[in-house]
Design a protein around this ligand. Structure first.
Ligand code: HEM
Length: 225
């Protein structure tokens, strides 16, 4: 079989029956592993999360938030490239997973790291800018998560599209929060900055191309310039 015939076959693949299971395992698996490792470390002193399980778990949940954001943003370019339109519905799942991991990351920090010390939370918010930026990222994700249902899409119509443009702000805030929080090794935040620059750049380029195609195919209205 030639490469082009193989590519045609790949593009013609329909959604396998096991696909939703794979997506759910990809979304829930890492979170369950972090929770299980924490429980085992706290109850049996196994040190799966290293010497400081609370800090390590907090960092892992933060990284997972960024990774699911990247997965959600990668769905559309992948769908177009592979011709797999059925991938689109997974975008919402990955977006919601990013929000849930972001919320878990915040709750972990508030409950396990700060032990619900609200005075310390206030101090952190006033003295550590990266915490404010993380908060802002989570706050922006909240309305996106709340309006991710079919009913909300149908109700908000064009306003939904406008609101969901905020999706592009979240990775910028998330990666800024990461850059500001790291002390020495900037390799990982640098890598994700490049990845998000590529994903957001792709969207910008496509939106411009679609707009100019639309402008050339729509007949000019009489009297308009
Ligand atoms: C209320 C919201 C948030 C709070 C209070 C918060 C707090 C923190 C804290 C305390 C750290 C550890 C910093 C350190 O000691 O090195 C951290 C790291 C991190 N956070 Fe957040 N964060 C929040 C939201 C977010 C969101 C929404 C994202 C993603 C979009 C995110 C991504 C990360 C990442 C990637 C790291 C670093 C992980 C690593 O170094 O391996 N955080 N955050």
């Amino acid at each position: 079989m030639t490469w082009s015939a193989a590519w045609v076959r790949v593009r013609a693949l329909s959604r396998p029956r096991w696909w939703p299971w794979l997506v759910w395992c990809a979304v829930l698996g890492p979170g369950l592993l972090v929770a299980a490792a924490l429980l085992s470390d706290l109850l049996r002193d196994t040190r799966w999360l290293g010497a400081n399980p609370v800090k390590e778990g907090e960092l892992r949940l933060g990284t997972l938030t960024i990774q699911y954001l990247a997965a959600a943003l990668a769905i559309t370019p992948l769908r177009r490239w592979l011709g797999w339109n059925w991938l689109q519905r997974d975008r919402r799942t990955f977006g919601l997973a990013a929000f849930c991991y972001g919320l878990a990351h915040f709750l972990w920090y508030a409950l396990l790291d700060l032990q619900l010390d609200l005075a310390q939370l206030g101090t952190d918010l006033s003295k550590r800018t990266y915490i404010v930026v993380g908060f802002a990222a989570l706050l922006v994700m909240l309305p996106l998560a709340l309006t991710s249902t079919r009913a909300a899409i149908a109700r908000l119509k064009a306003r939904w599209v406008k609101l969901h443009r905020l999706t592009y702000v979240v990775p910028v805030l998330g990666v800024t929060h990461w850059w500001m929080s790291v002390k020495a090794d900037v390799g990982q935040p640098a890598l994700y900055s490049v990845l998000f620059a590529v994903l957001l750049g792709w969207r910008w380029w496509h939106a411009r191309r679609d707009n100019s195609l639309h402008a050339t195919t729509t007949p000019a209205r009489a009297g308009s310039h």
